[in-house]
Design a protein around this ligand. Structure first.
Ligand code: ADP
Ligand code: MG
Length: 138
């Protein structure tokens, strides 16, 4: 079974949306393999998003991602990577399909409430960035 890394971003934690998003995770058939709350340092956010380090939005993104607590999840399911991205919707909430998390909950292209890995290889890197093997269940 495939795993993906999901994050409930600071804007969603701030607006008391953790429960709503976790309910969707479970309703869509994901098993939570690992979960923790954390307040990332700017440096941790930079390391997580290093693939974007040349992008114009990198500094704002890493400031935002270290602005408050997040909930970090390793999720297990068949086709977990594409399935979670489908449930999140497009990066920009304004362009996301109806019923997706980003459409329903996201504020703007930056504060879009959730993260999801974009490939199984990146999922493996992202999961290992936050969780040791001993803390990943199933
Ligand atoms: P996704 O999260 O859909 O995989 P990206 O990997 O392209 O999107 O970008 C990572 C995150 O950076 C986005 O989720 C969003 O928070 C932020 N971001 C992306 N594009 C922009 C942009 N043009 N302006 C501001 N923030 C952005
Ligand atoms: Mg991405």
């Amino acid at each position: 079974m495939e795993k993906t890394l999901a994050i409930i971003k600071p804007d969603a934690v701030e607006r008391n949306l953790i429960g709503k998003i976790l309910a969707r995770v479970e309703a869509e058939g994901f098993k939570i393999a690992a979960m923790k709350m954390a307040h990332l340092s700017k440096r941790e956010a930079q390391g997580f998003y290093y693939v974007h380090k040349q992008r114009a939005f990198f500094d704002d993104l890493t400031t935002y991602m270290s602005s408050g607590p997040v909930v970090i999840l390793a999720l297990r399911r068949e086709n977990a990577v594409p399935k979670w991205r489908e449930i999140m919707g497009a990066t920009n909430p304004a362009e996301a399909a109806p019923g997706t998390l980003r459409k329903e909950l996201g504020l703007n292209i930056e504060k879009n409430s959730t993260h999801g890995s974009d490939s199984p290889d990146n999922a493996a890197f992202e999961i290992s960035y936050f969780f040791s093997q001993a803390n990943i269940h199933g």
